[in-house]
Design a protein around this ligand. Sequence first.
Ligand code: AMP
Ligand code: FE
Ligand code: FE
Ligand code: ZN
Length: 304
Amino acid sequence: MPTQPILDLHTHSNRSDGLDTPAYLMTRAKQLGLDLISLADHDTTDGWKEGLDTAVELELGFVPAIEISTHSEVQSEQGSRRISVHILAYRPDQNHPGLVAELSKTRESRVSRAKRMVELISKDYPINWQEITENIRPGSTVGRPAIADALVRAGVVKDRSAAFESILHKSSPYYISEHSLNTLEAIQLALDAGAAPVIAHPLIDFPAGKSLSDLPDAHFREMVDAGLMGLEVDHRQVPENARSWLRDFAKRHDLFITGSSDYHGIGGKVNELGENSTTVENFRRLIAQSSGSDYYLPPALDWL
Ligand code: AMP
Ligand code: FE
Ligand code: FE
Ligand code: ZN
């Protein structure tokens, strides 16, 4: 077997909140020596064609995916709490009617939610919706990063991260959550569309000092019962103290694990292409368990 290839299974383009076009993203990945990219824009498949065409031209591996915004209710000692869960769906059928309808509903609601946030913020800071729409690609999935970029242009904050730590933070008075599918329904929908559902950056909000016994084991088991197939353990925002628990959980429930960058472009997020990779064994499982759309392997990866 050739040396371990770099398989980066989670990246974003300007079809959602990334900064690179799908074509430029593939070009950069090739230049950096990566072997395979999965394009997983938020709630859209719009960048797949351009990504795949460029990947084929460059002989870079390509797996189509989406990152679906979902929410769950989890029980804790403080009672029931709504959390946001991102589900990566690998190789869904992009024409599946139920999936098409749900994604378009989520994208539309993201627009009205972003508009409402901008209205609130504009009472205190010099940004406006018109200027934001002029600066994003028409039709792209809108998220808080688009508002962050406006705050940077207005000189209110120095970069996206500073905006997320203050005005756009979940605890900020300007924060509004978007409509999204229930997590279990999203897993079911991904399966119906022939995709392999994986939790993106699990436990991203798990506090560093918290005991592992507080981990939401029951919530994870519910997702497995619904058909969850994998966990994205190797991701820079997955807390170190939770990783061994996640690996152990994956083993017990026969889930595969992935590693990815969640790259959003230079300046989009610090995450750099190829900073994490998925192992060959886990990649093979992901491919064997999904069938809704085609993927591409260049001749150099035909052994994979
Ligand atoms: P939203 O989906 O609109 O709630 O916005 C969340 C998105 O913002 C995530 O999917 C990330 O891609 C992005 N994001 C979160 N935190 C940061 C950060 N500190 N810097 C840049 N982008 C971020
Ligand atoms: Fe994002
Ligand atoms: Fe995410
Ligand atoms: Zn992402």
